[in-house]
Write a protein that binds this ligand. Structure first.
Ligand SMILES: Cc1ncc(COP(=O)(O)O)c(C=O)c1O
Length: 395
């Protein structure tokens, strides 16, 4: 991966900001913005097969479903688009919980973003089902053993593929295997993992996988991926005249076609990060492996640099992780550190980032810490600017 070539494709990087805020939303390459703009003026309206306009619109939707399928190794017929991962998860929780009742159980983790917790907790409470909480080691941030929480009453396990607060990557395949052994479904939040590593839906073992294209160089929307046969058996709330086909059955109202064109461009952009030939899925895997390697190198530089700074505490030391680091600085609130760095055009935001259960469980309350997220476009110079900024704070 040629870092300078990659960076040159992001117009916003020319503004000079060192972006460590990728876990909140990545910067966008011009090919994605151009694809969104082009779609808006390319003669789209409603989908169908009877006119060129209808066929063009249909092709935009089909193209985006195939792009997301190629990104995660899924089936394009099982890709559902929605406003956000949060909205898709609330919708799915409502649909699945229609079949739950007293005696049924749902497992959520304290490591997850609230978008993979609260929809399940609310749905379980409405259905009279019981919520079982899976904790994690507050120091290492590794998930606890799920086995004691599982029984033949478990209907669903919701788990994260990577913590957006600490970067922890739980062994989701092991969790999924144990969940399946008792007949439970597995909902995997891959929002934070997908920008940092190759994702293979089958290897994760998940029944449902959710991600947010705006975290991986794309526009603001969410996607859910599942086996179409599983979706066939579910009955979400829908309008009477809207399509009952899968995956359309799960999509409320007219899709944002221009954003879908941007999703396809984002996946094509990822596939192009490492020059190569062959099917897009293979190029995505090669590119994401290169991104992982690039980010791992910068992560070492970052962690070594932070370790040299007196008063800086890094939270979490998971064996497998994304390059997302949470830290606090003795004598300075996370907000003050955030502001100090922001004044130097170094974006390292502070808070719990909606992983509020995780922040509380790790002893960081609702204040959280300062989050530094590396991305494919991050550079050694960015990391050095962050460390210089921290040194100037520490005096
Ligand atoms: C790990 C994780 N899950 C879920 C979400 C929610 O995604 P969305 O904004 O698409 O609802 C986020 C957003 O920050 C996230 O980081």
């Amino acid at each position: 991966m040629d870092l300078e070539h990659v960076r040159a494709q992001f117009p916003s990087l020319a503004l000079g900001t060192a972006h460590f805020d990728g876990p909140g939303g990545s910067q966008v390459p011009s090919v994605v913005a151009q694809a969104v703009a082009d779609a808006m003026t390319s003669g789209l309206c409603q989908r169908g097969a009877l006119s060129a306009t209808e066929r063009r619109t249909d092709a935009v939707v089909a193209g985006a479903r195939q792009a997301v399928a190629d990104l995660v190794g899924g089936d394009a017929g099982g890709v559902v688009f929605g406003r956000s991962m949060t909205q898709l998860t609330f919708d799915l929780a409502r649909t699945l919980s229609a079949g739950w009742g007293p005696g049924d159980e749902v497992v959520v983790t304290r490591l997850d973003h609230d978008a993979d917790i609260r929809p399940w907790v609310i749905a379980a409470e409405r259905a009279g089902a019981t919520v079982r909480w899976l904790g994690f080691d507050p120091v290492t941030t590794e998930l606890d053993d799920i086995a004691p929480l599982l029984s033949e009453r478990t209907r669903l396990v919701a788990v994260t593929a990577a913590s957006n607060l600490f970067g922890t990557r739980p062994d989701v395949a092991a969790v999924a295997a144990q969940a399946h052994a008792v007949g439970a479904l597995v909902h995997l939040d891959a929002v934070h993992l997908a920008p940092h590593a190759p994702v293979d839906l089958a290897a994760t073992g998940a029944d449902f996988l959710v991600l947010s294209p705006y975290k991986l160089f794309g526009p603001h929307l969410g996607a859910l991926v599942a086996d179409p046969a599983l979706l066939e058996g579910l009955r979400p709330d829908k309008l009477l005249p809207s399509s009952d086909a899968v995956p359309e059955r799960f999509e409320l109202g007219t899709l944002p076609y221009e954003l879908l064109a941007g999703v396809t461009a984002a996946v094509d952009f990822i596939a192009s990060l490492v020059p190569g030939e062959g099917p897009r899925r293979e190029r995505v895997l090669a590119s994401m492996a290169a991104v992982e390697e690039h980010e791992a190198g910068l992560l070492r530089r970052l962690l070594d640099g932070l370790a040299d700074l007196d008063g800086v505490t890094v939270h979490g030391r998971a064996a497998r992780r994304t390059p997302t680091v949470l830290f606090t600085v003795a004598g300075h609130s996370p907000r003050d550190v955030h502001a100090h760095l922001g004044a130097q055009d170094v974006n390292a935001p502070s808070g719990h980032f909606y992983a509020v259960e995780a922040s509380r469980h790790a002893g960081l309350g609702d204040t959280g810490g300062v989050r530094v997220g590396l991305a494919a476009y991050s550079s050694p110079d960015d990391v050095d600017r962050l460390l210089t900024g921290l040194r100037s704070l520490l005096g």
